[in-house]
Design a protein around this ligand. Structure first.
Ligand code: ATP
Ligand code: PRP
Ligand code: MG
Length: 213
């Protein structure tokens, strides 16, 4: 049995075509079912639904043989015990710093001000500002980061940006692009040894289904 960890929403939706290319069809809709283990058209393959931030944990400890996770989540979690054979080029976005449109970020940085930064990416934010030599007080949030500068909770946020619609809707502006993000296939290293052939076939099918460029 091969177990693939996915999170509901965009990762699940955008992985479906890749699974189809590997001849795997998920036979139940996660938005309609309360089931957390979904069967597929292949009796030897199942999908487990986990929180996006739990995918690396499941794969690392062997709760799943492979999984699809954002690079943001993977870097924040750490990649110990995880083989990363493919950039799937789905769920593309970027990790950025944003502030209120009326906040002079460049000035604050030049002045050596201490910035209050709200984010769910404490590790990535700490590393980014340390490299820049900017002192920060990090505030851990689990969502709705865009609200933090609007309510006075923080001067800046570190969050994902794709179309920029969420920033615009909340009168925030992007002031730094930290890194480009896309979803990665991650594989448990022990599973790769024990189930090499079936895993290799899935990885190869995913690879050939990726848009060329
Ligand atoms: P949860 O809902 O459990 O808090 P989440 O918000 O991290 O989790 P998703 O929004 O499905 O879950 O994000 C999963 C991954 O998709 C992220 O880790 C990131 O790599 C990518 N992603 C997030 N937001 C966007 C976006 N707006 N556009 C493209 N990709 C995105
Ligand atoms: C993500 C991210 C941003 C938004 C950016 O939220 O946390 O808020 O997308 O995308 P945009 O630039 O295209 O507006 P998501 O849609 O995943 O909502 P949630 O995680 O808060 O449920
Ligand atoms: Mg999200």
């Amino acid at each position: 049995m091969i177990t693939l960890a996915l999170s509901k929403g965009r990762i699940f939706e955008e992985t479906l075509p890749l699974l189809a290319a590997a001849g795997i069809e998920v036979t139940e809709d996660p938005e309609k079912s309360r089931k957390l283990i979904l069967p597929t058209s292949r009796p030897d393959v199942r999908v487990v639904l986990v929180r996006a931030s739990d995918v690396p944990t499941y794969v690392q400890y062997g709760g799943a043989d492979l999984g699809v996770t954002g690079l943001d989540v993977l870097l924040e979690h750490g990649s110990e015990g995880l083989y990363q054979p493919l950039d799937l080029r789905i769920a593309q976005c970027r990790l950025s710093v944003a502030v209120r449109a009326d906040y002079d970020y460049a000035h604050a940085v030049r002045q050596g001000a201490r910035l209050a930064v709200a984010t769910k990416y404490l590790g990535l934010a700490r590393e980014f500002f340390a490299r820049k030599g900017v002192h920060v007080d990090l505030i851990k949030l689990y969502g709705s980061m865009e609200l933090a500068p609007l309510t006075g909770l923080a001067d800046a946020i570190v969050d994902l940006v794709s179309t920029g619609n969420t920033l615009r809707a909340n009168h925030l502006v992007e002031v730094e692009r930290i890194m480009d993000i896309s979803a990665r296939l991650v594989v448990n290293q022990a599973a790769l040894k024990l189930k090499r052939e079936p895993i290799r076939r899935i990885v190869d099918a995913f690879a050939s289904a990726l848009p060329q460029n």
